[in-house]
Design a protein around this ligand. Structure first.
Ligand code: NAP
Length: 448
């Protein structure tokens, strides 16, 4: 290939940022355009990472700076692929497209009562407290004393912490102002986290579990069989079990709030007439399934937990992208090392790549996206070396003209830095990392 390689990346979360950095590092002539639907880049680093973990957002700043310094990188935020620009238009301007727009919707439980008021997708709640413009207008009735969180992953622990953190602690974070105000008035005093399998099979990680014990005013109660808490042989992370045993031994200390970790419990029905009143829960036992994986089997015993709020934290789910294949069962784009595969022929679709949660499903921490994106970029560059990409039909520069002709308010790197500086400045005045702007008009106003 003689002309400089032009790569479009769709989605500015960690997978998109790592992919951009890798293309620019490995091909000293390549140019990268990073597209983002919202005016503020960052994806789940901005709107998924918990406000009390704000230090983990630093990756965005570090990478943006590095990318911009290359002189071969353009941020094009507030540009939605599929509406502002069609996929065909994108393909006409680039040799290759890396889809890295993640998994923005939630997995469902598939039980009765799931749509009652008070039954909330954790993904929506997380977006709301992080000031994601799609969720900033949501309202949650937090007047109930008890909330149930279904799921045993890190998102379940994030939601529980946010419900139980004191207003003083929340006030020092970059939580959205509307959420800070609502949580300061919250009536929630107890959060019950339900795991359908045992403590050894939980998906949350030890540092997140450790943080629960550091919540002032909160007793951590572990409801599990002592034998399951000792089952280190079946636990990939024995530290997690040790922490759970410590919490179990410590028991209740008479603090005003409670966090209950209840295992071997599956939701059967969310009960209520117009809004959530509680949840019917069945008790499980563990049986060894295929490949030694421990599975939950109902014992027939059921209990009712009264609660006014249920958060469903059983995983994110990617949405199909128009014009691209989608594996509905796995919830991801079929691919081989990041090359998008046409399921009918089994062959790669020329010029189309995928990285991050869209590629491998919603798993892993921020850093897991680095090797994932590196693998995708390696495949793309190998294809470039074999002239196996698409040839852009539009000259460089024509995209600017096309966007201008549509009056698109593109947020470039400088415009984003205006937003970033304004949010940090507002944060400094209040002793917080930043005060987030939570609506598209507000963000665009400051960007201008
Ligand atoms: P996750 O880690 O995949 O956990 C999902 C949980 O939901 C599992 O415990 C699963 O149990 C349970 N579950 C699934 N279907 C269920 C059902 N029908 N009934 C009851 N329980 C059900 O997902 P996540 O918590 O959404 O997190 C997504 C990824 O982001 C993870 O890799 C996570 O580590 C990462 N993350 C990291 C942080 C952090 O580093 N602090 C914060 C947030 C998220 P089974 O195991 O039995 O299927």
């Amino acid at each position: 290939m003689t002309a400089a390689l032009r790569v479009a990346i769709v989605g500015s979360g960690p997978a998109g940022l790592y992919a951009a950095a890798e293309v620019l590092k490995r091909d000293p002539c390549a140019e990268v355009d990073l597209f983002e639907r919202l005016p503020a880049p960052g994806g789940l680093v901005r709107s998924g990472v918990s406000p009390d973990h704000a230090a983990r957002r630093a990756i965005t700043t570090t990478y943006e700076r590095l990318l911009f310094a290359s002189g071969r990188f353009r941020l094009r935020a507030n540009v939605e692929i599929g509406s502002t620009l069609s996929r065909e238009e994108l393909a006409a301007h680039f040799h290759a497209v890396i889809h890295a727009s993640g998994a923005s919707s939630d997995r469902r439980l598939g039980i009765a009562g799931e749509s009652l008021a008070g039954s909330v997708a954790a993904t929506d709640f997380v977006g709301w407290y992080n000031g994601h413009p799609d969720f900033a207008q949501d309202r949650f009735d937090l007047s109930s004393e008890r909330a149930i969180v279904v799921g045993n992953g890190n998102v379940a622990l994030d939601v529980a912490r946010m419900l139980l953190l004191s207003p003083e602690r929340l006030q020092r974070t970059d939580i959205a102002d509307h959420a800070l105000a609502a949580l300061a008035q919250s009536g929630v005093r107890e959060v019950v986290i339900l795991g359908r399998r045992g403590p050894a099979q939980a998906a949350f990680t030890a540092p997140e579990l450790l943080e629960l014990g550091e919540l002032e005013d909160v007793d951590v109660i572990v409801e599990a069989n002592p034998a399951d808490l000792a089952d280190e042989a079946r636990c990939p992370n024995p530290l997690r079990l040790r922490l759970l045993r410590e919490y179990a031994q410590r028991g209740a200390l008479g603090r005003p709030k409670r966090l209950v970790l209840r295992f071997l419990s599956s939701p059967v029905e969310i009960v209520g007439d117009t809004r959530v009143r509680g949840m019917r829960v069945q008790t499980n036992t563990l049986v060894e399934g295929a490949k030694g994986v421990m599975q939950a089997r109902p014992t027939g015993e059921e209990t009712l937990i009264e609660a006014g709020l249920v958060f469903r934290a059983v995983g994110y789910r990617a949405r199909a992208l128009p014009g691209l294949p989608f594996d509905d069962a796995a919830g991801r784009i079929p691919n081989a090392q990041g090359r998008v595969i046409d399921p009918a022929s089994g062959a790669p679709i020329r010029g189309q790549y995928v990285a991050g949660w869209l590629k491998r499903g919603p798993s892993g921490v921020i850093g897991s996206n680095k090797p994932c994106s590196q693998q995708t970029v390696a495949a793309l560059l190998a294809d470039a070396a074999h002239n196996a990409l698409t040839l852009p039909t539009c000259a460089p520069g024509q995209l600017d003209a096309l966007l201008a002709s549509r009056n698109v308010d593109v947020v470039d790197y400088h415009a984003w830095k205006q937003i970033d500086r304004a949010e940090r400045r507002a944060g400094r005045e209040q002793g917080r990392p930043r005060v987030k702007l939570c609506s598209v008009p507000e963000l665009l106003n400051v960007a201008r």
